[in-house]
Design a protein around this ligand. Structure first.
Ligand SMILES: [Zn+2]
Length: 119
């Protein structure tokens, strides 16, 4: 076994793990998007739909990057993100927690909504 192969072998393992982690994260986020878009609005009962969910997800991502820009050096815990999905039919805002795959009615009791500063 040449040195090149050893180097390749050592490098390939973390690369593979990283790829798997990224794929897993994408899989779970797609799963959450699917569940959220099939969630019914608590006010009017219509399905929230993929468009509203994706908009909420984008809003959440940009609010986090905005927050991190304003608070450099502070660490944000992202384990409990919250998507504020606007119902396309009646306009009510439904909080969805992708980690728990639940809306606020059941999840707010156990999940923290906003980013927590520090440790
Ligand atoms: Zn509605």
């Amino acid at each position: 076994m040449s040195a090149g192969w050893v180097f390749f072998g050592l490098g390939a393992v973390p690369m593979l793990l990283l790829t798997l982690a990224v794929l897993y994260a994408q899989f779970t986020i797609q799963c959450s998007i699917r569940i959220a878009s099939k969630t019914h609005c608590p006010q009017c009962g219509s399905m929230l739909g993929r468009t509203a969910v994706l908009a909420a997800k984008d809003r959440y991502s940009s609010s986090i990057s905005e927050w991190m820009k304003q608070n450099p050096g502070l660490r944000v815990r992202l384990e409990a993100p919250e998507w504020e999905i606007e119902c396309p039919t009646c306009g009510v805002t439904v909080s969805f927690f992708p980690v728990a795959n639940r809306t606020s009615e059941t999840a707010k009791l156990t999940q923290k909504a906003s980013p927590v500063i520090g440790d």
